[in-house]
Design a protein. Structure first.
Length: 265
């Protein structure tokens, strides 16, 4: 092979050598990679309805008529069994509204699509239960008396917990002084929550802030640990408020309405 190439002119030799390289790149470009591509997903006002059904229903206590919106945010990722190639990754890297994530970070390894869907549904149910406990605990309401139902179709995972809790607080107590917790604004956010009201990180916040701004939000509640990620691609006109607990989020929204001091990332 090398002796034959030595008798070719330089341009021809380079062309011949380039053929396997180009072929290799072509194969690499089409080969599946261990990544998932994500983009901004839907947002849903937890104070409103989803597919014709109220997201939050409460019995056993007076419920306020609310103004403003509390929008939980999501990302949409390529499915667990969808192949992502080099072209997909390159396109996502150069776009602000896309993110490339390791596949195993988004989806548990070694599980089928159906198993992953079941897992995400279970995480959502667990999150909803924690959100109810956190909100009723914050308001000092008896969970044996006050019953809360949560309904949100086609969304899995635990990241709506904080917004569910805030929605329950707003419907039952508002800002604590007769007004709305939102102050009539469109407030969005993300964050897990446990039964004690502690807020946890979720990932994908740079995409979720874009979804929030797209759907009219001017305020975004973000787990404090993810401030840097949220600021990386922060849309114009969207104000970040860091939170670590449910009570932080409530007090910050009250302060925002009254013109008080509000934490910043």
């Amino acid at each position: 092979m090398f002796s034959r190439l030595s008798r070719l002119s330089r341009p021809w030799a380079l062309a011949v050598c380039a053929v396997p390289v180009v072929a290799l790149l072509a194969v690499a470009g089409l080969a599946p990679l261990p990544f998932t591509v994500a983009q901004p997903g839907q947002t849903t006002n937890v104070l409103g309805a989803d597919k014709g059904k109220p997201v939050i229903t409460i019995s056993g206590a007076p419920v306020r008529k609310t103004d403003g919106q509390l929008r939980m945010t999501t990302i949409v990722a390529t499915g667990p069994s969808v192949d992502v190639d080099f072209g997909d990754v390159l396109d996502a890297w150069i776009r602000a509204d896309r993110a490339v994530l390791p596949h195993d970070v988004v989806y548990p390894s070694g599980q089928s699509d159906k198993q992953i869907e079941k897992h995400n549904t279970a995480e959502m149910v667990k999150s909803q239960n924690s959100a109810v406990q956190a909100a009723l605990g914050y308001l000092k309401k008896d969970p044996d008396t006050v019953k809360v139902g949560l309904n949100l179709a086609d969304v899995g995972g635990p990241s709506a917990g904080l917004l569910f809790s805030l929605g329950i607080v707003d419907k039952l107590d508002g800002d604590g002084a007769g007004g709305d917790l939102t102050g009539g604004r469109t407030v969005a956010g993300t964050g897990t929550i446990d039964a004690d009201g502690k807020v946890g990180a979720v990932g994908g916040v740079a995409l979720k802030t874009q979804a929030a701004a797209r759907d009219g939000a001017t305020v975004f509640l973000v787990p404090k640990a993810e401030c840097d990620a949220a600021e990386a691609e922060l849309p114009d006109g969207l104000r970040l408020i860091p939170v670590t607990e449910l009570k932080d989020a409530v007090s910050s929204l009250r302060a925002l309405e009254k013109g008080g001091q509000v934490p910043q990332c």
